[in-house]
Structures are given as C-alpha cells and as structure tokens.
Design a protein around this ligand. Structure first.
Ligand code: SGN
Ligand code: CA
Length: 689
C-alpha cells in the first residue's frame, strides 16, 4: 500500500470514528508518530506583532490560523535573546554556554549533535532555506540554501553546498519559493523536516514591493512606554544604544534618501549599497512608495518628540510590512498543504521566531534584554486531527525544548545532555495546565560591549517574578520584577524590603538553575576587572597566587584594570598558555593610554601560528610579528616594555623580540590587563616594573 492510500484510508477511518462518537477532536499518540515537520521560523518577530497573541498594531491572518487550528504557547521564551545563539539552542536543545555559540560572531561547531542530524539518521529527508547565521556550513541537511550572515532583502545571495548564487526577488518570497519547490520534488515515501527560515522582519526592515502600500494612511498605535525615562530600574537601561530617538540612522533605518549619496558615512552608507543592489524597476517602485512621505518629512523637519513619533511610525510600518510578507509565507505553506491533503494529514506545522523585539516599547527597537518583549518567542503548532484546536498553553516553555519535541515525535530517544524537555505531554494533555512542568526558565545573554551596548545578564523567570543579575563589575546590579503588579517592568523591587524573601528564594532558584544546566559562565571568580568585553568566565588557577584562566567567547575579548596612570618606561611581565585542546587562538597583554574600549595595544602570542605579535590600536592585525620556537604547551613568559617617552613598545618571549611604535598621544598607561579570543587562556604572575 502506498503512503498516500494508507494516509487516506486513515483519514476515512478517522472520519467514521468521529461520526460515531460525540467526543471532541480525538488524538493519536504523538510520541513516535514520525510526522513531517514543517518549521517556519522568522527573525525578530515579536509576539506582540501577531494578532493571535493580541497584537494592537497588526493582523496576521495566516499565522492566526495555526492558533485557531492548533496550540498557542503563551509563555515561550528564548534563553539568550539573539539570533545565532537562539538558532544554535534550537538545533542542539542546549543553552548557549553548552553549545558554544554565545554571541553573534562565534562560529557554530557543526560537528555537535543536532536534532536535524538525528532526524536525518532515522530516515527523515531534511532541508533548510533562508537565514542561518551560524557561520559554519549547515550539517545534517540533504539540501540547504542559506543567506550569508544577515543576508540581503533584495536580490540576496544564497550559499549552497555547490557554491554561492544570487537570486532576483525579495528574501521572504525567495525563501518560501525554495521551500515549496523542495516539497514538490522530495521523496513522498519518507517523512521530512523542512526549515523555512526568514530574514524578515530583521533590521533594516525592507518590505517586499507588494507590501509597500500597507499602513500608508493609518497611524500605528504607540506603546505606552515610547518615552520611557528608565527611572525605577538600575542604570543599565539608560545606557544602551537602541533607542528610536537616538540610535536609528536616518537613511539606513528610516529610508529617507540623503541629499548627497556620496557623502554618506558609517552605517548609512549601506543605504546606497541597498539601492544599488535593487534592479532599476525594483528601485523605482520602492522609492516611489516613500516619496510623498519623505518629501513631507523633509519639508516639515519635525524635532524632539514629534521626530521620535515620526521615526516610530516609519520603523513600525516597515517592520509590520515585513511581518506581512512572513504571514503570507505561512499562508502559502498552508495553501500548499491544503492542496496536498495526504501530506497535510502527516504534517505538523510550527511557527516561531528567534527572539522577541521592542516595537517602540521602552523607546527601543532590537532585543537582547531579559525584559518581556525580547524574552518572549512566539510558538504556534498545528496538526489537524492530532493536536487539539484553539488551545492556549501557559506552561513556561523555552527554545531548549524544540529539539527534544521534534525528536520525541520522530521516535528518537532524546540525548541525555540536551537541556530541554519534550513538549509532547503538553501537546497531548486534555488540560495542559495539569501537566507537571518546570517552574522557572533560565536566561543568559553575553554580547556585552557590542552593537546596542546591552550588558551581559543572567536570570530566572517564574510565572510571576523575574530576577536579573547584571554581573559585569561595571554594573554589578540586580533587578527584580513582579510581573503581576508591574507587567511593563518599570519598577524593580530588588531592594524593596517587602520583596526580600521572594528575592532570596529567586536567588536560590537561580543558583539551582545554573547548577542544573552546568553554567559557570558569567562567574568572574571573584576578580573585579572594571573594564571588560566578551569574557565569559574567569577562573582562579589552583595552586597559583594570582593566576587566572580567562574564557573568551569572541575575537578581541579583554579584561582590564584601571588605576593610577603609569608613565615613563613601564615593563609588564606575565606568563600565558593556552589550555589543553584550545590552542587555536591567542593570549595578550593589553594596555591603553586612551579610552580603553576603543584604544588598545595588544602584545602577546598567537598560539596556533606560534608567533609573537604586537597589534596596534584600532586593528587586530599584527603590526609586528616574529616566529616563536615553543612547544605550544609550556607557559611562556612574555615581557612587554612600553616606553611612553620614545613611544615604542617591545615584546620578548622565548628569546625572540619584536618592536613597534606606540600611539604618540598616549601620555601614560591608564588601563592594563589580559586579552584572549574564543578560547581559554591561562595567565599568571602579572608584574609591573
Ligand atoms: C545587526 C543589526 C543589529 C542587530 C544585530 C543582531 N544591525 O548587527 O541591529 O542587533 O544584527 O541581530 S544592522 O545594521 O546590520 O541591521 S540578530 O537578530 O542577527 O541577532
Ligand atoms: Ca534575530
């Protein structure tokens, strides 16, 4: 019997069963049911821009169909509100520290176990199209065509196993088209996993031509906190760089054409590149859609709050137009399934997005914070005759649960080291609220001192409370929110004596969660380095007085001390060595005589290349380098001499010396410390002479 006849006879039997019973929708066991998995995933689509979640700003009729005919997860969260990290978590079922992808810029270790590989191993055909953003090539997929990095909206390039190819059209439509084409030509005898991953509605929100007219004559309601003053919380929220008022680029983000395209600077130069990338017909239609509004804006030149309001409207309309494209993609998928009832019968369709987003809430765009708008991830699932319809799940679910769920349904044992739990019991329960489930979710964001300047933070969210710890020494602050009393998270009660007991309980719960998931990142081992970036952990080295192992999670990570400036000739010695199995990167002594966040001199060793190097400020490229004769293991004593009068630096190790000029403007050294990249490096015996 072919799969098709089996499926239709099952449908018939099911229809008969229904005719003879008064029961509501019957359910079949999900565990091991080996459904086709059609996973539509977008980038930065917040729940509050989905009408099924109660959006005040738009309608998403196709995504809503999944809620109507399936389940909507009301409390689904990410574990690290950023693109690459959320995707790595979904693939591995593990929090960031365990899958190694903690911040954008890391490279996903594609050799680790993913649900896609495991499904492939039990006979699923697997494909992924669209945004990927994990740097290494996809593994575990029979077919892949992914955007390089963030990818482009118009006429994007796609990377495939056989090379790079540019396609004409809008990224959302192209991604949908590839997914449907793959469905058409797949092997109908085997189950499939299809991941259709949209770039939209990611910044800089370039809608498809057919969505440009939407919202033109409407005003999008403003969020209550558009003009948030950040009082009532720690100082962190005020220090970010993600406001609509000050951190959006007029040309790049808000699509106002510059008077002189040749004079564009910084991020705004991308405006021109994007225009040039469009075909002439696309460019004309695109620019015509905004022309009247742009003219009015330039004429009226609104200032202050009026300008923020204008920017909010422009931003939101483009964001929501991009969302509309994604909703249309979901519609196209549903339509395809409707036209192929035999496939539909065996297909669970899932909609989600990598994290939430600020839609002007707190005056912001972007994500990253553990606050509600960016912590929430949409999650909807439908599978006719298998899942209940119109059900809302309130359980605290998380992106770590996706992989275990897919595996469970495919009948693959969930690897014990995955952090998540299969959602199958929630999917099967008559009353999901009666299922024993977790009482708290864990969160850890790392990408500090990067775009948007959101501090590293970890925390726990329960049904009612949220505890956040900003652990970097420059902040060292806790926030606690009572979500029932203060759903907008405007008043931290971390220091309110009435909440002291609750805070103590939550702190305890957070310790337990960190232990449960084995997360020791964010622990600086008692060291207080006032300036740092990209450092995940600092551990004291056993048996050493001042030795530290530094775990860096990106290129150019550092830990710096500041103190009494040192002038004249300063000599710094330290030992350094890569920890076992992590010899690919480097160890540096860092000094600064300017702003240490921008102006750093790096002197030290590239472990893999066995080179002694000096890299001058503003660049990670070596200004001077010499080969080292060294076994790659023994601690190297590195001696750096900074001559602030002669403006010269010399570095010696293992009998080799290199020298380079130092910035002339530096009168004294104002900050010094360690640097390492994407690796664990041990430093010891830092001495000044
Ligand atoms: C880019 C964006 C940022 C965004 C990050 C991460 N700038 O750097 O606004 O926060 O991506 O987004 S842009 O100028 O390139 O648009 S993520 O979703 O990929 O994590
Ligand atoms: Ca994202």
């Amino acid at each position: 019997m072919s799969r098709m006849t089996r499926a239709s006879s099952a449908a018939l039997a099911f229809a008969c069963a229904l005719a003879f019973s008064a029961a509501p929708v019957a359910q079949k066991p999900l565990r091991g049911s080996r459904p086709n998995i059609l996973f539509v995933f977008s980038d930065d689509h917040a729940c509050h821009a989905i009408s099924a979640y109660g959006s005040r700003v738009n309608q998403t009729p196709n995504i809503d169909r999944l809620a109507e005919h399936g389940l909507l997860f009301r409390n689904n969260f990410c574990g690290n509100s950023l693109c690459g990290p959320s995707r790595a978590t979904i693939l591995t079922g593990k929090h960031s520290h365990a899958n190694g992808f903690m911040r954008n810029g890391n490279v996903f270790d594609g050799d680790q176990t993913t649900f896609a590989k495991l499904l492939h191993g039990v006979g699923y055909q697997t494909a992924i199209f669209g945004k990927w953003h994990l740097s290494s090539d996809p593994q575990g997929f029979d077919k892949w065509a992914v955007l390089p990095g963030q990818g482009e909206y118009y006429n994007p390039d796609f990377l495939t196993a056989s090379g790079r190819q540019r396609l004409e059209g809008h990224a959302t439509d192209l991604t949908t088209g590839m997914a449907i084409e793959w469905l058409e030509q797949r092997d109908p005898e085997r189950p499939f996993l299809l991941m259709c991953q949209h770039k939209a509605p990611h910044r800089n929100w370039l809608p498809a031509l057919e969505d440009l007219a939407l919202y033109r004559d409407t005003t999008i309601p403003e969020p209550e906190t558009l003009f948030d003053d950040y009082a009532g919380r720690g100082p962190m929220a005020k220090a970010q760089e993600m406001t609509i008022s000050s951190h959006m680029f007029l040309h790049y983000d808000l699509l106002v054409p510059p008077a002189d395209p040749d004079a564009l600077k910084g991020t705004d130069t991308a405006w021109r590149a994007q225009q040039q990338r469009m075909t002439e017909a696309q460019r004309e239609a695109f620019n015509a859609a905004y022309a009247a509004e742009n003219d009015a804006f330039l004429r009226e030149d609104p200032q202050g709050d009026a300008r923020v309001r204008w920017a909010y409207q422009r931003y939101m309309k483009n964001y929501l137009r991009c969302v509309n494209g994604v909703d249309r993609s979901v519609g196209a998928m549903l339509e395809w399934l409707d036209a192929h009832p035999d496939v539909k019968q065996n297909t669970i369709i899932i909609y989600s997005s990598d994290q939430g987003f600020y839609l002007g809430d707190h005056g912001w765009y972007d994500k990253r914070w553990m606050y509600e708008e960016s912590l929430h991830m949409p999650l909807l699932m439908a599978w006719p005759e298998h899942l209940r319809e119109g059900v809302e799940v309130a359980a605290l679910t998380q992106n770590i649960d996706f992989a275990p769920t897919f595996l469970d349904m495919a009948g693959v044992p969930v690897p014990a080291d995955m952090h998540g739990r299969s959602l199958v019991p929630l999917l099967e329960a008559k009353d999901p609220a009666a299922v024993a489930w977790r009482d708290a979710v864990y969160y850890h964001y790392y990408e500090s001192h990067a775009v948007h300047m959101v501090p590293a933070q970890y925390g726990a969210r329960t049904e009612r409370y949220k505890l956040i710890r900003y652990y970097e020494p420059e902040w060292d602050t806790w926030e606690l929110f009572d979500l029932e009393q203060d759903p907008q998270e405007l008043h931290s009660v971390a220091d309110d004596p009435d909440y002291a007991e609750i805070r103590a309980q939550l702190e305890q719960r957070l310790v337990e969660l960190r232990a449960q998931y084995g997360d020791s990142t964010g622990d600086l081992g008692g060291h207080r380095f006032p300036v740092q970036a990209g450092i995940a952990r600092v551990e004291p080295i056993a048996g050493s007085d001042d030795g530290v192992a530094v775990f860096a999670n990106t290129i150019g990570s550092y830990l710096l001390q500041t103190g009494a400036p040192r002038s004249g000739v300063v000599t710094v010695t330290t030992t350094m060595r890569p920890r076992d199995g992590r010899q690919q990167r480097n160890g540096f002594v860092l000094v600064s005589g300017g702003d240490p966040r921008e102006d750093l001199l790096r002197c030290g060793v590239e472990f893999g290349a066995h080179r002694l190097v000096i890299a001058t400020p503003g660049s990670l490229r070596a200004a001077a380098a010499e080969e080292l004769v060294w076994d790659g293991k023994a601690p190297l004593e590195v001696r750096c001499t900074f001559d602030l009068d002669a403006h010269r630096v010399t570095v010696r190790a293992a009998g080799v010396e290199v020298g380079a000029p130092m910035p002339k403007g530096w009168q004294a050294l104002t900050a010094w410390g360690y640097g390492a990249s994407n690796a664990e490096t041990e430093f010891g015996g830092l001495k000044f002479e």
